[in-house]
Design a protein around this ligand. Structure first.
Ligand SMILES: *Cc1c(COP(=O)(O)O)cnc(C)c1O
Length: 470
């Protein structure tokens, strides 16, 4: 492909992208294909000779598009949003074109320095003091692994990176029973082991019970184990619960252990000054992660990871003895020592485009609209006869249950309702368990979602429910 063809195809592609996004409501939200249907249409072997871009693109729309779940659909209310936005997509095109590996300052000084600046912007935007230093990671899961590494390094006095954990006392991590699976996965990967993750019970609101945590730490110390870290949730994945961060930060300080706050989704809400009170004590954390790639218009992957003491993490991961000296003189981090992989994408660019294109006020307006839509839907559900609001809204997440009188197996009925709604393609929802019951989640915040889409979705859900009851 020569550059002239690249130019022409590029124009066609951007034109298709604009059409796709502006007409996205005509697609079913969740892909409606059977397992294997796409695979069966793909040739078993790669082509011997090159094919035209036009032909490849035609197969993209014909074969692949039906197998896409449309995360940018405004009636996508499943999981958490994975927002994209036009400025973010345009920046990603530039990042892909530059194709730069941004692991060292020297391998692209602008990438490292822009990352420094946008992370300072973002830290200020969510109300963090300047004592935190940020980096962009590929995912909250990776950031949590890094936090666990920092915790293990600290608790073991550097033994973790030097000798490994074998033969020493057990390091213990604490999180709530509602913490994201990435915490236990991270413990497995780092070598702490799933058996050394204490999942502390939660209260009826889904928040970690502090007395139970204190007891667990004391019991572990009594056995000669070493408490290494606490992972607090600011917005659990199930129902959006918030752990008592200020109390956890007091405990972490008193016990001299690492406090990591997983704010993967709800952290974006901290750009709203009126919600900062919900994260009281956040400045006492040792590390915090939140994903602009969820609710802040920046497409995957873009995870903001803030650390109070990045030197400890870099110390555990750096394989270049001269590194710390370089860093002290350069004043710009060598980000490779802050990441699991060596290679790094130029992720700061899309965040810079998004922050500048929307502006702080533009982002706040969008989030406030989502929060208002969640409140409004909650009041509709509270007033509907056969539905029960089972949690929230916590930020822009709520859960409900269809509970007509005289039905014994409500879990089964709600499972059926969820399937009917998702099979219809009109809107897309996911479930969780709360208080021992199956509940259906509605997660608001997709870039293009407005109240109209929420209202239409609710009418559709109610109609599916009535059809089941008949
Ligand atoms: C989404 C989510 C994660 C995982 O985020 P990734 O960036 O996909 O790794 C972790 N924790 C919470 C609370 C989440 O909501």
């Amino acid at each position: 492909m020569d550059f002239e063809e690249f130019r022409l195809s590029g124009h066609d592609f951007v034109s298709w992208m604009a059409d796709y996004l502006s007409e996205i409501e005509r697609y079913p939200v969740r892909a409606q294909v059977e397992p294997g249907a796409i695979l069966a249409q793909l040739p078993r072997e790669a082509p011997q000779d090159g094919e035209s871009i036009a032909r490849i693109f035609a197969d993209f729309t014909r074969i692949l598009l039906p197998g896409i779940t449309h995360w940018q659909h405004p009636r996508f209310l499943a999981y958490f949003p994975a927002n994209s936005s036009p400025p973010s997509v345009l920046a990603e095109m530039l990042t892909a074109t530059l194709g730069a590996q941004c692991m060292l300052w020297e391998t692209s000084p602008a990438a490292a320095e822009l990352e420094v600046r946008v992370m300072e912007w973002l830290a200020a935007l969510i109300g963090l003091p300047p004592s935190f230093t940020g980096s962009i990671q590929d995912s909250a899961s990776s950031a949590t692994i890094l936090a666990i590494i920092a915790a293990a390094e600290r608790a073991s006095g550097g033994r973790f990176s030097r000798d490994g954990l074998a033969g020493g006392p057990r390091l213990i991590l604490y999180c709530s029973a509602e913490a994201h699976s990435s915490v236990e996965k991270g413990a497995r990967i780092v070598g702490i082991g799933a058996a050394n993750v204490r999942k502390i019970p939660v209260d009826s609101e889904g928040a970690l019970k502090v007395p139970a945590l204190r007891e667990a730490i004391a019991a572990d110390r009594a056995c000669g184990h070493v408490p290494a870290g606490i992972v607090a949730c600011f917005g659990t994945t199930g129902i959006g619960a918030v752990d008592p961060i200020a109390q956890l930060s007091d405990i972490a300080r008193a016990e001299d252990i690492h406090l990591h706050v997983d704010a993967a989704w709800a952290g974006a809400a901290l750009i709203l000054p009126e919600l900062r009170g919900r994260a009281a004590g956040l400045d006492g954390a040792d590390s915090i992660v939140f994903n602009p790639h969820k609710w802040l218009m920046t497409n995957f992957d873009c995870s903001a990871f803030f650390m109070r003491d990045p030197v400890r993490l870099a110390g555990a991961l750096s394989l270049t003895p001269a590194y710390l000296e370089t860093r002290q003189t350069a004043a710009i981090p060598e980000y490779r020592d802050w990441s699991i992989a060596l290679g790094r994408r130029f992720r700061a660019l899309k965040l810079w485009f998004v922050l500048r294109s929307y502006g702080i006020e533009g982002l706040r307006t969008k989030l406030r609209a989502d929060l208002a839509a969640a409140e409004r839907l909650a009041s509709v559900i509270r007033q509907s006869e056969d539905f029960e609001l089972t949690s929230g809204p916590n930020f822009a997440l709520l859960s409900f249950r269809y509970a007509p009188s005289g039905v014994a197996d409500l879990d089964g009925l709600n499972e059926k309702l969820l399937r009917a709604v998702n099979d219809s393609g009109f809107t897309y929802l996911t479930k969780t368990r709360h208080g021992g019951r199956l509940v259906i989640r509605i997660s608001i915040g997709q870039t293009y979602t407005t109240w109209r889409h929420i209202e239409e979705s609710w009418h559709h859900i109610a109609a599916c429910a009535r059809a089941l009851a008949r």
